[in-house]
Design a protein around this ligand. Structure first.
Ligand code: IMP
Ligand code: MG
Length: 172
């Protein structure tokens, strides 16, 4: 069994999410924002975020399977759930749990861009920048880290650990 090393405790996450929600609320003041979560990892972060954002929002989800090889994205990405709502001309913010190589999120952003939203930005819980292969502009990041495989707060390893309130680094 791998060991869990604490990275962000529950209270710390609450503060980080609150700060990002304040920034988003200020930046989109007077606009109706559509938040699109990338399943499954983003569902915990997204559910906390929408309750801290003070402007009206709509929610949708897309799901991307990236056929992971262990702890690394294969780059072979397919959408297994597409958009339900119309985002043409709308202000859209993509919400993702973690960006590593950037391949998954840039594929999703390209897909969403094809519907011609007015604006399309990206908000992530964790920006893991060291293994980036595809350049992506991260507009909002709660936490930045260079390396390590993280779990908890929606993040999984082989579908486990999503339910943990904190974020931990897996030591194999
Ligand atoms: P990317 O395509 O390499 O940027 O990987 C993005 C996806 O891989 C994320 O949506 C996560 O589902 C998963 N992933 C990448 N790094 C981690 C991690 O440290 N913990 C859990 N999942 C991760
Ligand atoms: Mg994910």
């Amino acid at each position: 069994m791998p060991t869990l090393i604490p990275v962000l405790e529950k209270d710390h996450i609450e503060k980080l999410v609150g700060n990002i929600a304040l920034r988003i609320s200020a930046d989109y003041q007077g606009h109706e924002l559509i938040l699109i979560g990338i399943l499954k990892g983003s569902f915990v972060f997204l559910s906390d975020l929408i309750r801290r954002i003070s402007i009206p929002v709509q929610i949708d989800f897309i799901s991307a399977a990236s056929y992971q090889k262990g702890t690394c994205s294969s780059g072979n990405i397919q959408l297994t759930k597409t958009l339900d709502i119309d985002i043409e001309g709308k202000d859209v913010l993509v919400v993702e749990d973690i960006i590593d190589t950037g391949l998954t999120v840039s594929y999703c952003m390209d897909y969403l861009r094809s519907f011609h939203p007015n604006t399309l930005k990206l908000c992530v819980m964790v920006d893991k920048y060291e293994r980036r292969e595809k350049k992506v502009t991260v507009d909002y990041a709660c936490h930045k880290t260079g390396e390590g495989f993280l779990v908890g707060y929606g993040l999984d390893y082989n579908q486990r650990y999503r339910e943990l309130s904190g974020i931990y680094r897996l030591k194999f």
